[in-house]
Design a binder for this molecule. Structure first.
Ligand SMILES: Nc1nc2c(c(=O)[nH]1)N[C@H]1C(S)=C(S)[C@@H](COP(=O)(O)O)O[C@H]1N2
Ligand SMILES: [Mo]
Length: 334
């Protein structure tokens, strides 16, 4: 156990995450009128719900053990489970990194329906149990690189999105895939209040080109660290696209729709000059307000662990994915 010399309430979240980027992203929302100055100031005053070091957070949501095929070691130190499940972005439950773990524990995930529809010959609906029984579950250890320039290494459990799409039999019109998160304001405080939810027009939506969706790396995740996903990580099923910025990896999905045209995506709608449709991790294309050349790897350590590492093109997955973009200007299609 770490001996804490600093009370959690003494530490602003912006010191824990990357201070500059954290403030910048909030500043954007504030400028758009979604966060009052009071909100910015009250961050440190509100009691931190979690152990600051992230070591003791368990949550009240019941996770179940999964049966799965072990994944390949990628030679990276895993981010501890306590960090993966306590440092989250899930704006439906609030803007602070600790909000999702605090506010999402009551999310009802069973029953759940995930519909696969649109330009397909065989529309399918996956019920809660289908998410764990219909496909072989395998572990995939992936790097997750947030656009805010922090990253983690997470042992996800799930199955290839391609397996699901193949079952639905896309027709010749299908060119893109559109994803939607649950819309349930009663359960998601950020959907009831523009202040809590960052002014996003919910439901949260995301999209991929069909070849990106069919890439073997693209995962539908139903678990992490050997158990079902906790709500803050997107229970019961979320996307994981490891070569793209984290915001593409949409959580708590209820709809996957094959479509003809490039679908709208949440962060692109909010700030199109800052967040593109593609959002491939790229150290050579900076965010308009901060550098993407390096990232803070969240491993162990607390306040004093720097862990600054260079960011890799396609988050290190170039061999698997660069061919999909070989004729594209990645500065233009950011
Ligand atoms: N529905 C929804 N999905 C979401 C988000 C969100 O706010 N809402 N945040 C995204 C962002 S910005 C990141 S970095 C990842 C974080 O996933 P994690 O909390 O499991 O690490 O989820 C992504 N998926
Ligand atoms: Mo992110």
């Amino acid at each position: 156990m770490l001996i804490k010399t600093i009370k959690p309430s003494d530490i602003k979240e912006c010191q824990v995450t990357d201070e500059k980027v954290y403030l910048n992203r909030r500043q954007l929302l504030k400028g758009m009128g979604f966060i009052g100055a009071g909100t910015l100031l009250s961050q440190s005053a509100s009691a931190a719900p979690l152990d600051f070091w992230g070591n003791d957070k368990k949550g009240t949501f019941k996770q179940t053990e999964l049966l799965y095929r072990k994944g390949a070691d990628i030679g990276e130190t895993l981010t501890p489970e306590a960090k993966v499940t306590s440092h989250n972005n899930f704006y439906e439950f609030g803007l602070n990194k600790s909000d999702p773990a605090e506010n999402a524990q009551g999310l009802k995930v069973n029953p759940w329906q995930l519909k696969v529809s649109g330009e397909v010959d065989n529309p399918i609906t996956l019920e809660y149990d289908d998410l764990f029984n219909k496909f072989d579950l395998e572990e995939r250890i992936y790097r997750l690189r947030c656009v805010e320039a922090w990253s983690m290494v997470v042992p996800w459990i799930g199955f290839s999105l391609a397996d699901v799409i193949k079952q639905a039999k896309p027709n010749s019109k299908a060119k893109y895939v559109a994803f939607e998160t649950l819309y349930d304001p009663e359960q998601m405080p950020g959907q009831r209040s523009r202040r809590i939810g960052g002014g996003i027009d919910y439901p949260y939506v995301e999209g991929l080109r069909l070849d990106e969706a069919m890439n073997p790396l693209t995962l539908l995740s139903v678990g992490l660290y050997g158990k079902t996903l906790p709500p803050q990580n997107g229970a019961p099923v979320r996307l994981v696209v490891p070569w793209k910025y984290g915001f593409k990896s949409i959580k708590s999905i209820v709809s996957i729709k094959l479509v003809e045209r490039m679908p709208p995506t949440t962060w692109n709608i909010l700030a199109p000059n800052e967040y593109g449709f593609y959002a491939n991790v790229n150290p050579d294309v900076d965010h308009p307000r901060w550098s993407q050349a390096s990232e803070r790897r969240i491993t162990t350590g607390g306040l004093f662990a720097r862990n600054r590492i260079p960011t890799l093109p396609f988050n290190g997955y170039g061999e698997e994915v660069a061919h999909m973009y070989k004729n594209m200007d990645l500065k233009r299609f950011y």
